[in-house]
Design a protein around this ligand. Sequence first.
Ligand code: UD1
Ligand code: CA
Length: 457
Amino acid sequence: MTISQKRAAVILAAGKSTRMKSSRSKVLHHVGGRSMLAWVADLARSVGAEKIIAVVGEMNADVRAEAEQLGLEIAVQEPQLGTADAVLAAKDALSGFEGNVIVLCADAPLIREETVAASFKALEAGADVVAVGFVPDDPGSYGRLIVENGELLKIVEAKEASPAELAVDFCNSGMLAAQCTHMFNALAKVTNNNSKGEYYLTDVIEITRGLGKKAVAVQASADEVLGVNSRTDLALAEQAFQQRMRALMMDNGVTLRDPESIYFAWDTYIEPDADIGANVVFGVGVHVETGAVIHPFCHIEGAHVGPNTQIGPFARLRPGANLAEGSKAGNFVEIKQSDIGKGSKISHLSYIGDSKIGENVNVGAGTITCNYDGYRKHQTIIGDGAFIGTHSSIIAPVTIGAGAYLATGGVITKDVPEDALALGRAPQTNKEGWAKRYRTAQEKRQKEKRQKNKKDK
Ligand code: UD1
Ligand code: CA
């Protein structure tokens, strides 16, 4: 990306979120596994904004904390007197900044990078102020963009619009960009003489034009400007994000057997020629390498899935699961914070936690690493080529040497040397004829009981 002029962003996040009916501020609700605020901050970063200011209300302590964590500068807007007033709150943070600034809304997480980049480019190409418009199915209460001969004349809020203006279907997304000094010069002139008694950011267009400057509109698609105000909107945003990810994955060469039933997080990274079955959910922090096959009904989060691995069906990979090439986690297998070496197989009904498993290890069905003593987690180490018998309970901390063999059903409490056999179960004793004697005694008792009952009647 070549950026000829400096870029900054102001993210509006001071609103109240009454319609979410949530104890959490609206912009902290997640889409694709991260907050809407994080989405917008990331967007600003990816178009090269070197200063990003989040405008928060005094009541939004949670937003402020997240914004700080995201490395944003904070401006407080209190009280909230409208969108122009909100941007003005960022004035001090931008004093001395010579470049272009875009205003983004923290509750519109789906804006595309290209749209924001196009706004900056329009400024770099000579426009003094740029608004981002879109054509919704229902223009409703959106502000209307009045464009003539390629120039944006003004934005009218629906409440102030004439019938002719209301008939315009090119609507204001809420995003607006300008050269920084023009922006704040214009903002200083905005009044609240309107039906809402608010300071409208949209007035910046007419004010700037009044100074002989040029305003233009950039068009976004309707699906990216969706603003989230309610849980229903949040679900719509999630759906839109998932659709985008599914398309992107398939474009990148990933096979999705039933795209509509596969869910991704914002950072899901899957290499070409991985094959994903139906009903698979990816949480954040997953990397799947090429040739991996993920069978239906898996839940995968914070995991690295190596090349040509086999996962599921019904596997759960939790954070820190790291499966090397050609390894396998089969049905009803849960793996957490563990390295599984090349070619190792955990095929059925097992829990592997806090473990380091070498290469070509076979872990039998029903094996459990007992990693937690109620206070601390302990590690299990299994060397290359070890054979873990079915239904082994491995009580960590413990090390099983390479090539060792655990007999089935063992409770393993001590380290096992390389190539040793560990028998960790009570020896079996057979009692000749016991079952027959037992059955005879029980049958005799039942017969006597029936006879007694008959007599008593
Ligand atoms: C705004 C636009 C409208 C556009 C619509 C798109 C104005 C005057 N109108 O209207 O043209 O079609 O967005 O959704 O800009 N906010 C603050 N502080 C404030 C007021 C708002 O931070 O004092 C934040 C809100 O939290 C929200 C954003 O700014 O994220 C937009 O504000 P909102 O009140 O929703 O504006 P609309 O009336 O929807
Ligand atoms: Ca709104």
